[in-house]
Design a protein. Sequence first.
Length: 137
Amino acid sequence: MKSVLTIFAVVLLLVSCKSAPPIPRDASAQIYFQRAQSLSDDGEYVKAMKIYQDFLEYQPEAAHEDSFSARYEIAVLQMKKNRLAEAQAGLESILADYNDLDKSSGAPAWVKILSQKMLQEVKDRASKPKKWFGWFG
């Protein structure tokens, strides 16, 4: 009986350690965003970016609110990975697209406001000289 319980515990452990199942292409934005946020919370920034990119690829007709939010989150993750050029390009693209929309488009104002602030932060970080550690002081 003990060996059966041991085997069951090992199987349960192995099953729980598996990665999450893939997200169906037609899943709701909420499911994509929850999975990406969970990965981001765990420090898995590249995997989280992939989830947002998949959402944008698989659901190109998504509401402006969702597509702008996903693009913004990708830029945030790129900044966390210190990919400043990519973050800057993404933020500039978001802001350019806002300029092409009318106010009734459904694009969330918060994304525009935060993109402007974050773009300045990215530019500030990119313009600072890199600090050398170790031998070079």
